[in-house]
Design a protein around this ligand. Structure first.
Ligand code: ADP
Length: 626
């Protein structure tokens, strides 16, 4: 028998466990019982759908036994057990390596507290034990195995004797120290209360031998104690309980028990429907983004139970993509147990449930926005982008559901606002909903294109997410008001006499602009007098559907189609620079070329676009300076 090393990551987590100063070490029991319950679920489900397996109801249970003399705590289950390979893979390594990265990163920030806030699985046993021994026999297997580990040093696996299928985990409880009392994990009352606190709803009986006392036979005031096996948990799943009986803490505890996230849920939704389709559901809106949320690895879905039996871990069909952040479970009596994944997709009941759930989530979010603005903003910070994808995807099929849930940063309010709020503040003479796109709010604030709109006293929405403009293009309008980029060629603001003025000016400078257009051939579509600039000499605007921000995003995409925005170089004729440009045009064409290129490059820089030839640009700058 040779000693094996833990995988590097597992070792790190183990070290964290062993050295944790976390006070709620008691959660190790929740973790082990939850694993046992999962293992029984697996065998129970197999038995229900496989006729060759027959089981009696009483044969599913978890037993917790403490032995004070030996300082051992044993958790036995009649679950599916593990093969040698499973032992190796499940207990020698940690499956969710990404989550470990997340955990350790956060731990560094927050100290050790984080450990207790989420599930850490099997390894949490090492918070209270020096030695952990697992004896297990898998279903349909002849051999049983013993896995043993003294902590970070490694583990051993050897064949072992065990009659029945299932798993028995024995913890050698640590000696108490001055700071830490470990004896309590051998104490009957304490163990009972931990089980009730975290594992009450587990579907299978959690049994313990409990000491009771009774009057001694033939005596009235003498008592004797005796041992009796009792079931400690009520076994009613939380989702079957009455909402009024449950507290926010209960829901939070369940969220953690289920490992739905590392955070506390921002909001829970408890649904009991007794209509054409009957189901119970507990849904959660998380507070934080899961570390892999905006990656391909993230899988949406709810746990699906049929009458209390887990039939699917992640049923994706229950959630639309735009609510993929929702966690939780659905239990329905109306689903058949041996339903296959494929059948599920076409299941009418499931579709009804999914639709119903979608509406409940929408309503919950609307209520949150109305009644708990701050919480909603926290939510939107985390998952708003997903809602915007939702507006954009499926050719806008869901935009009506989502449009009132959107928020954008407002130039006027200097905070996030909804579209309805924007509309409610619009002056009567304002035709469009104005927006500006850029990398950050700070950068947008400094964009020359915003000057005229702001001068008019109009509010501008800042678009800093890549998806924003695409989503808004899909939305097209809100309450009949169209959206307009502050960089678009026509802002719809100019008054008629001003228009006439600038028309005159344009005629006067026609020759210069045509000349500049030639110098910048292939780069800009036109050179024009700007109606929007106040203090800046130049800016770029666009014509047509593609804006500069969209060009940037499309350019970054893997299947870059070389889509370009039709750019207009706008010149502020009231700026001093314009006079120099004019003079150069009349007297020194070489200088006029130089100025035109410099101005164009400045406009690119302001837009956050790369300068085509930085060396030439700096050479040109030098020329002007000498
Ligand atoms: P998680 O439960 O989050 O997957 P754990 O570290 O708690 O992570 O457990 C790892 C795996 O070990 C489980 O997914 C399961 O496959 C297996 N396992 C743990 N405990 C048991 C048990 N009592 N019976 C059968 N398998 C178990």
């Amino acid at each position: 028998m040779s000693k094996k090393q833990f995988k590097a990551e597992s070792k790190r987590l183990l070290d964290m466990m062993i050295n944790s100063i976390y006070s709620q070490k008691e959660i190790f029991l929740r973790e082990l019982i939850s694993n046992s319950s999962d293992a029984i679920d697996k065998i129970y489900y197999k038995a229900l759908t496989d006729d060759s397996l027959t089981f009696e109801k009483d044969s599913y249970y978890i037993k917790v036994e403490a032995n004070k003399e030996n300082r051992t705590l044993t958790i036995t289950d009649t679950g599916i057990g593990m093969t040698q390979e499973e032992l190796e893979n499940n207990l020698g390594t940690i499956a969710k390596s990404g989550s470990l990265a997340f955990k350790t990163e956060n731990e560094a920030k927050d100290g050790h507290d984080i450990i207790g806030q989420f599930g850490v699985g099997f390894y949490s046993a090492f918070m209270v034990a020096d030695v952990v021994t697992v004896i297990t026999k898998a279903l349909n297997s002849d051999t049983a195995y013993k896995w043993e580990s003294h902590g970070a040093a490694g583990y051993t696996i050897e064949p072992f004797e065990k009659e029945s299928v299932g798993t028995e985990i024995t913890l050698k409880i640590k000696e108490s120290t001055e700071e830490e009392n470990y004896d309590e994990y051998l104490d009957e009352y304490r163990l009972k209360s931990i089980i009730r606190k975290y594992s009450d709803f587990i579907r299978y009986p959690i049994k313990m031998d409990v000491t009771e006392s009774r009057p001694k036979e033939g005596s009235e005031n003498e008592f004797e104690s005796y041992q009796e096996e009792q079931t400690i948990n009520s076994m009613v799943p939380i989702w079957r309980k009455n909402k009024n009986e449950l507290t926010t803490e209960d829901y939070e505890a369940f969220y953690q028990e289920k490992h739905y996230g590392f955070d506390k849920p921002l909001k829970h939704i408890h649904i009991s429907v007794d209509g054409t389709v009957r189901y119970n559901a507990i849904l959660y809106i998380p507070e934080n983004i899961p570390f892999d949320y905006y990656s391909k690895e993230y899988e949406k879905g709810l746990e699906l139970y049929s009458n209390g039996v887990l039939i699917m871990n992640k049923c994706a069909d229950l959630l639309p993509d735009y609510y993929s952040f929702v966690k939780g479970l659905v239990d329905s009596e109306d689903l058949s147990l041996n339903i296959s994944r494929e059948m599920l997709q076409h299941d009418r009941q499931l579709k009804l449930i999914a639709k119903n759930i979608k509406n409940k989530i929408t309503n919950q979010l609307k209520t949150l926005l109305k009644d708990e603005r701050e919480k909603y903003e926290t939510f939107f910070n985390a998952f708003g982008r997903q809602l915007k994808y939702g507006v954009y995807s499926d050719f806008g099929a869901n935009k009506d559901v989502l449009k009132d849930l959107l928020m954008f940063y407002s130039s006027k309010e200097q905070k996030m606002v909804t579209l309805a709020e924007y509309i409610s503040r619009m002056p009567e003479d304002q035709t469009y909903i104005y927006y500006a796109s850029g990398e950050t709010n700070d950068r947008i604030e400094k964009m020359p294109q915003t000057e005229l709109v702001l001068d008019k006293g109009y509010e501008i929405l800042y678009f800093t997410d890549e998806v924003d403009e695409f989503a808004i293009k899909m939305l097209m309008s809100y309450e009949d008001k169209e959206f307009k980029s502050v960089s678009s060629g026509d802002l719809g603001i100019e008054s008629d006499d001003k228009q006439a003025d600038s028309d005159n000016e344009a005629a006067e400078n026609k020759e210069l602009f045509t000349y500049m257009k030639d110098v910048l051939a292939g780069k800009v579509k036109d050179v024009r007098i700007s109606k929007r600039l106040k203090t800046h000499p130049v800016c770029l605007s666009t014509e047509g559907d593609v804006t500069i921000e969209m060009e940037k995003i499309l350019k970054a995409m893997p299947n870059n189609q070389h889509v370009k925005a039709d750019k207009i170089l706008e010149i502020n004729t009231n700026h001093e620079v314009f006079q120099s440009l004019k003079a150069a045009f009349e007297n020194d064409k070489e200088k006029a070329d130089l100025y035109t290129n410099l101005l164009y490059n400045q406009a690119l820089l302001i837009e956050g676009l790369p300068i085509e030839d930085p060396v030439e640009f700096t050479t040109n700058m030098c020329k002007v300076m000498v």
